[in-house]
Design a protein around this ligand. Sequence first.
Ligand SMILES: [Zn+2]
Length: 119
Amino acid sequence: MAKLNYCPNCGEPVKENYTVCPACGESLQDTQNLEETDPFEQNISGSNQQNFQPTPPEENTFGWAVLGFLIPVVGLVLYLVWQTERPQVAKSAGTGALTSVVISILAVMFLASMAGAAA
Ligand SMILES: [Zn+2]
């Protein structure tokens, strides 16, 4: 479907590909190019900048890893809650929690083997 422009001289609706107004004979090409090129390019560059910005900045997730390590349940909850919203934090908290659990299991096994050896 052809887009309609309006003649700057007489205001008559004119098809976009017309270079001359059929009603009054006004040349349409120059004004069309001047008016439409600039704002369009500004819009494109503007939307491009907005497209680049949403990528989340690198978050400092070390604190969350420590928290997950100290309180594995909290780390696990954070991991589940923030998987989509803050994946970096979720990963750190989950890793901290997992590390904590693994170390706890190893510690229990170590203590158990010590107790077994002592008995
Ligand atoms: Zn006209």
